[in-house]
Ligand binder design. Sequence first.
Ligand SMILES: Cc1cc2nc3c(=O)[nH]c(=O)nc-3n(C[C@H](O)[C@H](O)[C@H](O)COP(=O)(O)OP(=O)(O)OC[C@H]3O[C@@H](n4cnc5c(N)ncnc54)[C@H](O)[C@@H]3O)c2cc1C
Length: 326
Amino acid sequence: MNVTKDFFMMLSQNRMLNGAAKRWGLKLGAQSVVAGTTVEEMVQSIRKLNAIGISATIDNLGEFVFDKNEALQAKTQILAVIEAIHEHELDAHISLKPTQLGLDVDYDFCLENLREIVSVAHQHSIFVNFDMEDHAHLQPSFDILEELHKDYDNIGTVIQAYFFRAEEDIQKYKNYRLRIVKGAYKEPENLAYQTKEDIDANYIKLIEYHLLNGAFTSIATHDHHVINHVKKFVKEHGIPNDKFEFQMLYGFRKDMQLQLTREGYNFCTYVPFGIDWYGYFMRRLAERPQNLNLIVKQTFNKKTNTMIGLGAGAFLLGRMTKKAKR
Ligand SMILES: Cc1cc2nc3c(=O)[nH]c(=O)nc-3n(C[C@H](O)[C@H](O)[C@H](O)COP(=O)(O)OP(=O)(O)OC[C@H]3O[C@@H](n4cnc5c(N)ncnc54)[C@H](O)[C@@H]3O)c2cc1C
């Protein structure tokens, strides 16, 4: 892992900066990759996508919640999003993170929060996707999914290709609708592939497996090499378009999102919104530091400088302390 990636990953987990960012609002360049802070703004963004044939998966931003009230608040907000999808007849479903609903507070509390969300979504025939987070939350998230799947079929999850266990997981959950990704968190060497070559190779293998053997597949990537490979693969194997879709994040590679839709593929944009945008935004910068140019160019201001400056200070201090200890 390189220093730039480490740096933005460290920023993504900084609670002080996260809190400050909530107070500042969407002013640090994040507005090009986050679809507003309110339900109304999000609905407007999705209407525009739906009008050009793109569906959406909506993420009411929030993660690593350690407080019961905050988790309950998140549940209320997600229920409001479900109502908005229903009321405005949006072509959209829900993406959520189990830690947002209290996985770090208490397993059963989180399970019941998720049950309520999935049940209300089920009444409106709306699909709910459990985003996958870091390794510490992987198994409990799968456990909750399995528990709820006994009663509801409108749920699915994500397989992260960097994990060694991903191949076993995809076989186990082949009857679930799955989103397959490379993986966004910094994971240890004993659990996950570390090089781009290894992750990419496993990614292709998992996509091919689920396309051939599994339920609906969402291929979530901005990588045109992977997308081109999938296009060829589905053609060669006669896999119909209604068995899979491509997904990308809101604000990224917009031309390609449109192009794939025009070519007749199902396309779904991951639409994050809300005030808790900071961790999400920093992970996008960690994945591709060039995004910093794209995102912050027009909006680079004093606050961005302060935030990144503060983070850089903390990061360097951390590295120096580590070196001194060695
Ligand atoms: C819809 C969606 C949902 C996701 N959900 C999760 C989740 O639940 N859990 C999780 O851990 N991760 C999730 N991720 C993140 C994912 O794991 C990766 O970290 C992220 O997508 C970066 O990898 P990549 O496959 O897009 O390509 P990368 O490996 O980042 O890029 C490969 C190549 O693609 C090209 N490229 C990439 N981005 C751009 C760009 N913006 N402009 C131009 N060229 C570009 C470049 O040539 C680059 O070298 C999600 C991603 C998406 C798109």
